[in-house]
Ligand binder design. Structure first.
Ligand SMILES: O=C(O)CCC(=O)C(=O)O
Ligand SMILES: [Fe+2]
Length: 213
């Protein structure tokens, strides 16, 4: 039998194991400095370039078949990322995400087949009201990912907290998360309702989903 295990090239990754354990216990995980400040700055530059090229569009609600723009629900601007056309700056982002995704697929049997990511800009005074990341006609999203591209020194008065609504022994508890640069938040798309509180200073992020089928 030992031959079988020796032939499998698998190295345990303590950080990824922590993420898996967090999600198993509490349906979410917060990873500090998943992306270095240098990587965040590079991605922020990519956002600026694309924004100047007028590539961002007002985000809609519903899925791509059935979507409407409702700024009373969400006011962010988004741009879907195309991994096949990733620039060297974005390649780094996808390499790190793909490494984690392949680990999750090897260890957790989640059956993740697809992923989708978009940049998001929340201009001043915008927000995203409490919601779930799944749609009535589409339940393929399993894990939601958010990573923040803000500059260092994000202050509480800047607003823009991500609030996860958790259920602890039948009681609703708010988990308030500041959008600090390099921070990655992962949560179960079908379980955790969440919102982005009103933003007082422009807020930048990448949001994405791991999907089945
Ligand atoms: O930016 C965040 O913190 C969360 C964004 C979000 O909930 C979404 O795009 O569905
Ligand atoms: Fe969401």
């Amino acid at each position: 039998m030992s031959h079988l295990f020796e032939s499998i090239d698998f190295v345990e990754n303590p950080l990824y194991e922590q993420i898996i354990s967090d999600i198993g216990k509490q349906q979410f995980s917060i990873i500090e400095n998943f992306f270095s400040l240098e990587a965040v700055e590079t991605l922020r530059e990519a956002v600026s370039t694309r924004y100047e090229e007028d590539r961002f569009k007002k985000a809609a609600i519903g899925n791509r078949i059935n979507e409407t723009i409702e700024t009373a629900v969400r006011g962010d601007l988004i741009l879907w990322m195309d991994e096949t056309k990733a620039t060297p700056k974005e390649r780094f982002f996808f390499d790190q995400i793909n490494d984690l995704v392949s680990y999750l697929n090897r260890t957790c049997f989640l059956g993740i087949l697809h992923k989708e990511f978009h940049y998001a800009i929340y201009p001043t005074n915008t927000f995203y009201k409490r919601h779930l990341d799944t749609f009535q006609n589409d339940d393929r999203r399993k894990l939601s990912f958010v990573c923040y591209l803000n500059e260092e020194g994000w202050l509480p008065e800047n607003g823009g907290e991500l609030v996860l609504y958790l259920n602890e022994n039948g009681e609703e508890v708010e988990k308030v998360i500041y959008p600090f640069p390099g921070r990655l938040v992962i949560f179960e798309s079908q379980i955790i309702e969440h919102e982005v509180r009103p933003v007082k200073t422009e807020r930048l992020s990448i949001t994405g989903w791991l999907k089945t089928r």
